[in-house]
Design a protein around this ligand. Structure first.
Ligand SMILES: C[S@@+](CC[C@H](N)C(=O)[O-])C[C@H]1O[C@@H](n2cnc3c(N)ncnc32)[C@H](O)[C@@H]1O
Length: 245
């Protein structure tokens, strides 16, 4: 799977429109609100990666976060986020188009980072996800926190699916587009979607390699109860909080 194919998907008009609607119709998840207020202060300089149409940053700005840099590698997503922020008079939110693997920001530029709703796991190949983690560590100040979410391949509910997948990989008959065991490529409403579903030890190892100390890893459903709009928008996921070494 090529990163450009993922980007192409997130530049499609109906996909951008879905994420733009989510800014108001889904809003900030209760779990996101809980984790952000636990690990960040409203005045922290926070970069959001993979912002989509700005669901997280725009709602954080409305809640009083005053130093947000909101980024995505899809120019169409960033344009939509900018337009929504302007309509809400959020002139202090800064926007940029950037790839999390190579952001272009200077060393130690930010006091916090967020890569919400499993965006980090939409980077194909473990090597590139590790590069993104190193890049995020590089642009963070020492002791700055990084919040992100992932699927949970260790979840017992999915065991049968992964056992079947394992058989495919063992007989070398997995979908040719997949790079790593744990990759999922499926047909959504607007085209094919790629995501990697990691095991916890994989994320722990990659965080350590990139220079992060793990602070917390908890299922969303154990952090907060979510309204139906959030449950319909996204499955339960794991929240990760880490601190730059
Ligand atoms: C599942 S969407 C989440 C959007 C938004 N954070 C939300 O919760 O509504 C994942 C986002 O990550 C972005 N993304 C994927 N890979 C990326 C990369 N390598 N660099 C920057 N953004 C990326 C996509 O363009 C997409 O907007």
């Amino acid at each position: 799977m090529k990163s450009d194919e993922v980007k192409e998907y997130f530049c499609k008009r109906p996909v951008v429109e879905d994420y733009a609607r989510a800014v108001d119709e889904v809003g900030l998840w209760n779990s996101e609100r809980a984790m952000v207020s636990k690990y960040f202060n409203p005045q922290d300089s926070i970069i959001e990666l993979g912002c989509g149409a700005g669901r997280i940053s725009i709602n954080l700005a409305l809640a009083g976060f005053s130093n947000l840099t909101t980024t995505d590698f899809s120019p169409a997503m960033v344009a939509a986020a900018r337009k929504i922020a302007e309509a809400k008079n959020l002139s202090a939110v800064k926007f940029a188009v950037c790839d999390a693997v190579s952001t272009g920001f200077g060393d130690a530029s930010f006091g916090g980072a967020i890569f919400g709703f499993n965006g980090l796991m939409q980077i194909p190949r473990r090597e590139s996800r590790r590069k993104a983690l190193c890049e995020i560590a590089r642009i963070l100040k020492p002791r700055a926190r990084f919040l992100f979410t992932t699927h949970d391949r260790d979840n017992i509910k999915n065991r049968q699916y992964w056992e079947n997948e394992k058989k495919q990989w063992q007989s070398n008959s997995q979908m040719p587009v997949l790079d790593d065991f744990g990759d999922i490529y499926y047909r959504g409403d607007h085209g094919n979607i790629f995501i990697h579903s990691p095991v916890r030890s994989e994320v722990e190892d990659d965080l350590r390699m990139a220079g992060f100390v793990l602070l917390e890893c908890r299922l969303r459903s154990l952090i907060a109860e979510e309204p139906q709009a959030v449950v319909d928008f996204s499955d339960d996921c794991l929240f990760w909080a880490a601190e730059k070494y």
